[in-house]
Design a protein around this ligand. Structure first.
Ligand code: AMP
Ligand code: ZN
Length: 471
């Protein structure tokens, strides 16, 4: 698979580092509030990536953290811990908030058909591991103590600014005067590994450590959880574009300092979902959650369809008008699938060009909109119903749009009512058609189907018999 790699700025072939396995790490949610639909776009695209890799034959193990401590309101060690802020807002404890929003996050994921990663680890369960790694960074001179906190010294790695995506002035060494600048830092980009001194005395969760009673910084959790569960060499690391700096830059600096060798070669970043007025926010304007969309009558899978229609590297504007268009297209797609019959055997030769088109869309930097086009092409193709259905089922192992299930639901809804006056006659004709097929009298079976069709009856043959809908 060719994937755009933020580190090399090219599309690189994804090659496992060892034993043919892809070790994939995803930065997980900060569970201080509901995820907004922008966050969910990132998780959905990471889910499609994982499923595409499996579809293409890679053996994938995926791990994700849950950030339940240490993520401050600014990614650059400033502001309040987001978890403490959430707890205050709702008059609950940090652990209650963490549980509530972790559950809410996975409920959203289930509705969007996002598979739970193989390994999911809350940061608070790995604090002893963070302490162990920080101790080693202190021993090797990559970390230092100042004013009670432990910092990573970003002047120590050979190259700190690995992503080259921010201006030189942002990297200027030395501490600047001014509000919000931490005077303990030797270099402006240094970051906290362990806080003992916080501006916020009400930090609820604190742990004993050789550096004093305190709590870990945000960046160290992803490095430690990834290295513990996926090993010393990571094949693929994912997140939203806002994670590139400082979070992923810091993850690389501290992981490689700890390991003494390169850590992860491929970095996958999903562009943002924005509103028409700009950045998506949890506090300003309408807080766009999946539940809000559901309360307005949208199917979560229509939102998934909306996201799959554009490329993960392009930022996407959310408007209700755009979502309406996607929801309309999704409903139409499902009803086309519901109208397919089950006739025939799987036509391997006929299916091949469609399988090839789908595969090549995925292989080419996860082009989900082309993958969706391949699905539409199947519907238009001169293939029998069985082949079309099987292809749709196969493509949907990656797209996860619940297409055949949604089609079955419409059919159930449209199924004839027991009191329909034509029911007995229709069922007699269906039985006669089944008998004709049994006798290999296909001309007669087709004639009956045509007669039923003229009456507005659509038949669907399943392995358990024939079902029908009436227009
Ligand atoms: P957080 O819960 O804030 O740690 O963010 C969870 C994920 O959502 C991270 O991978 C972010 O990079 C990503 N993210 C944040 N804002 C957006 C957005 N507007 N659109 C897409 N992804 C986002
Ligand atoms: Zn992370």
């Amino acid at each position: 698979m060719l994937l755009y790699n933020t580190l090399t700025r090219t599309r690189d072939e994804l090659i496992p580092h060892e034993d043919g396995k892809i070790r994939m790490y995803t930065c997980g949610p900060t569970v201080y509030h509901f995820a907004h639909i922008g966050n969910l776009r990132t998780y959905m695209m990471e889910d499609v990536l994982e499923k595409a890799l499996r579809y293409l034959g890679y053996d994938v193990t995926r791990a994700m953290n849950i950030t339940d401590v240490g993520h401050l309101t600014s990614d650059a060690d400033e502001g309040e811990d987001k978890m403490v802020k959430g707890a205050k807002r709702e008059h609950k404890t940090v652990l209650e908030i963490a549980k509530q929003y972790t559950d809410a996050f996975f409920a959203d994921c289930r509705k969007l058909n996002i598979r739970k990663p193989d390994v999911v680890v809350p940061a608070t369960s790995e604090v002893s591991e963070f302490i162990r790694v920080i101790e080693r960074l202190l021993e090797t001179g990559y970390a230092y103590e100042a004013g009670g906190n432990i910092y990573f010294d970003t002047s120590k790695p050979k190259q700190y600014n690995v992503f080259h995506d921010f201006g030189e002035e942002d990297l200027e060494e030395g501490v600047r005067e001014g509000v919000g600048v931490d005077g303990n830092k030797r270099n402006k980009t240094d970051f906290v590994l362990w806080f003992t001194k916080s501006k916020f005395e009400d930090q609820e969760l604190k742990w004993d450590s050789p550096f004093g009673l305190g709590y870990p910084g945000w960046h160290i959790e992803c490095s430690c959880i990834s290295m513990k569960y996926l090993g010393e060499y990571l094949d693929l690391h994912c997140g939203g574009v806002d994670n590139i700096f400082p979070h992923h830059t810091n993850e690389i600096a501290q992981s490689e300092a700890y390991l003494g060798h390169p850590w992860c070669g491929a970095w996958f970043h999903v562009a943002h979902l924005n509103t028409a007025s700009g950045k998506m926010s949890k506090s300003k304007g309408e807080f766009l959650t999946l539940s809000l969309l559901e309360s307005k009558g949208y199917d979560p899978l229509a939102y998934r369809f909306f996201c799959l229609q554009s490329h993960y590297r392009k930022s996407l504007v959310f408007t209700y008008e755009n979502l309406d268009n996607a929801a309309g297209a999704y409903a139409k797609l499902v009803s086309k699938i519901a109208a397919l019959d089950h006739d025939g055997d799987f036509d391997e030769a006929g299916a091949k060009p469609y399988l090839d088109a789908f595969r090549s869309a995925l292989e080419n930097d996860l082009n989900t909109s082309l993958a969706v086009t391949a699905l539409y092409d199947v519907l238009k193709a001169p293939l029998n119903g069985k082949t079309k259905r099987d292809l749709i089922a196969k493509f949907d192992t990656v797209l996860s749009l619940g297409l055949l299930e949604a089609a079955e639901k419409i059919k159930e809804k449209d199924a004839p009512k027991a009191d329909d006056p034509r029911r007995a006659e229709i069922e007699r004709m269906i039985a006669a058609r089944a008998e004709a097929k049994k006798q290999k009298n296909y001309a007669e079976a087709d004639r009956i189907r045509a007669e039923l069709s003229a009456m507005g009856v659509t038949l669907t043959d399943t392995k358990d018999g024939t079902t029908y809908t009436i227009a």
